[in-house]
Design a protein around this ligand. Structure first.
Ligand SMILES: Cc1ncc(COP(=O)(O)O)c(C=O)c1O
Length: 358
């Protein structure tokens, strides 16, 4: 097994003469092993590991200068929106939000100041799908980087670099770690000059993960393919069961043939994963809260992608940092419930939901 190098500094033979490791903010052997593994599973040349998913996102935005413009999805993880609006806007970076599921909207938003296009597909929590290959044609024409948050799909289901993206971002906290026991982020890219820029930001800003956490994500990656197969199998069973439930009004899951992004999801993903959102016919906040507090196997918690199933209320939990007006405008209702379907027995999970949705 890769050793956990619990080391902050490395002995040098003579000043400046070392064996490739000087100080652990810049390099650590456990992190190096993980970064190589991240590159391999995303079909990229270079991987960089960060102390969280938002730290990885933060590093990408630090590639930019005041005055630069970013086109971003109007529906995405609330913490990404918060980082963009509350931290980076005041440094003069302009974020233009649009429904990227319609590639035409991205085309219309591009200007000569566009330096980055930020996609999330499928999106958190509405499971919208964006055509990565089509947007990459636009980004190349505009001379902008295309970064894809691939957290929901994981590298087992989707490889954005193969579809023309310049950078893939992950919250490794989720499917890569897989066991809800670590916070971590990742970037993977092919271009050596871009890797140098991002590595410079990683070591200069210092949001690096510790060696124990790198070990945990390395271990998670070993079972990613097995877990993702089970997440996808259970996800399909539960999405279809929910859709037939008389008390459920709408289910958001890209594996339905009538999902607006189905054809693109079929083209760019290998399966549909275990993330599902739904709304109840009785969409009162009271009933929504009652269901959220009634499950026993689905634990009520933020996060996703672990082997154990989770249930979440985006409006008050993961997406509370988005102003209500903005949320509702983008289709994220107060009554939306999000499931991260784990790898437990599907019948048990259905029994649990059946008891809760009465
Ligand atoms: C799609 C997505 N991107 C990024 C993040 C941020 O990652 P982290 O919580 O590891 O900082 C999350 C976290 O929930 C997420 O769901």
């Amino acid at each position: 097994m890769t050793p956990i190098f619990q080391t902050s500094t490395y002995v040098q033979e003579a000043p400046g003469k070392h064996k490739g490791f000087e100080y652990a903010r810049s390099q650590n052997p456990t992190r190096k092993a993980l970064e190589e593994a991240l590159a391999i599973i995303e079909n990229g040349k270079f991987g960089l590991a960060f102390s969280s998913g938002v730290a990885a996102t933060d590093a990408v935005i630090k590639l930019l200068e005041p005055g630069d413009e970013v086109i971003a999805a109007s529906d995405m993880y609330g913490g990404t929106y918060r980082l963009f609006t509350k931290v980076f806007e005041k440094f003069g970076i302009r974020f233009i939000y649009t429904d990227t599921a319609n590639t035409g909207n991205v085309g219309k938003a591009i200007s000569e100041k566009t330096k980055l296009i930020w996609l999330e597909t499928p999106t958190n929590p509405l499971m919208n799908i964006t055509d990565i290959a089509a947007v990459s044609i636009l980004s190349k024409k505009a001379g902008a980087w295309l970064c894809v948050d691939n957290t929901f799909a994981s590298p087992y289901l989707q490889n954005p670099l193969d579809l023309g993206a310049d950078i893939v971002m992950h919250s490794s906290t989720k499917y890569l770690g897989g066991h809800s026991d670590v916070i971590q982020g990742a970037l993977v890219m092919n271009d050596a000059a871009l890797r140098e820029k991002l590595y410079f930001i990683q070591k200069s800003c210092g949001a690096v993960p510790g060696p124990m956490d790198c070990f945990l994500v390395l271990r998670g990656i070993k079972t990613l393919h097995l877990r993702m197969r089970q997440h996808s199998e259970n996800g399909k069973i539960i999405a279809e069961w929910l859709r037939n439930h008389p008390k459920v009004s709408k289910v958001y899951w890209p594996g339905f043939t009538d999902h607006p992004g189905y054809a693109i999801a079929r083209k760019q993903m290998r399966d549909f994963g275990g993330m599902i959102s739904f709304e109840l016919k009785n969409d009162s906040l009271e009933e929504t809260m009652r269901v959220l507090s009634s499950t026993k196997l689905f634990a009520l918690a933020e996060s996703l992608g672990g082997v154990e199933s989770l249930i979440n209320h985006p409006a008050s939990m993961t997406h509370a940092s988005i102003p209500r007006e903005e949320r509702i405008k983008n289709g994220l209702k107060d009554s939306l419930i999000r499931l991260s379907v784990g790898i437990e027995d599907a019948e048990d999970l259905i029994g649990d939901l059946n008891n809760a949705i009465k």
